[in-house]
Design a protein around this ligand. Sequence first.
Ligand SMILES: Nc1ncnc2c1ncn2[C@@H]1O[C@H](COP(=O)(O)OP(=O)(O)O)[C@@H](O)[C@H]1O
Ligand SMILES: [Mg+2]
Length: 251
Amino acid sequence: MTILEIKNVTKQFGGLTALSDVSFQIDEGEIRGLIGPNGAGKSTMFKNIAGFYTPTNGNILYQGKNIEGQKPHTIAELGIVRTFQETTLFQEMTVFENALVGTHIKGRTDVFSAIFGLDKNKQKAAGEKVMEVLEFMGLSDRKDQFASELPLGSQRALALSIALVSEPKIMLMDEPFAGMNPEETNHMMDLTRKVRESGITIVLVEHDMKAVMGLCHYLTVLNFGEVLAQGTPEEIRGNDKVIEAYLGGVK
Ligand SMILES: Nc1ncnc2c1ncn2[C@@H]1O[C@H](COP(=O)(O)OP(=O)(O)O)[C@@H](O)[C@H]1O
Ligand SMILES: [Mg+2]
């Protein structure tokens, strides 16, 4: 069943066309890779889906309903969440406190009043949800450490945790493997699979081909703002157009 449909989406910035008539569909429960060279429009696609940009033309349907142009917090409430980058973690807050922020991706924007202004029952429920997610992500032992003290792999796991706490239906992950060593990559692949097995649909923008080919059920390749090809990892690996435009240059 289709959970997300991108229909003829174009996004222009002044005279620059970042996305040109892009269409594709994502099935509920899959891990979809969105790949392509730098500047292809991958992050712009994510920002259109998550409501940070409004498409110049076209539609985005989530569970059959138009969501394009809605505010990010509205889209997050509906269940589509972009994972935090480690640069947006609160470095001088603990792992627990950072994850608590995720309970307020939905609905509220002011993180501090959200954390400190909750009534006792809601605070307790939020705390329990956070501990459940930290346990699931293997971070419960680090709950009192500052985000700044975490190794890269754990920072990324925390970024995932913040998104998970908000109980999303779709997670948009933008380059979660960037800069990771092979061990960190393997661990992150395991975590990504676990998230998917918990019933969440994942859209993954990533250059690390080991991760992309190992995780994704299906790939959509963007090039110069257009869909260059779509297919299984096997099909894409052997696609001459994709090799020429992109895969020839990445590992
Ligand atoms: N806010 C913006 N204003 C102007 N141009 C932008 C903006 N965001 C992205 N672009 C341009 O859109 C194109 C696609 O960028 P991006 O989506 O970041 O590519 P990718 O994530 O695939 O590397 C690039 O040419 C980029 O410079
Ligand atoms: Mg990008």
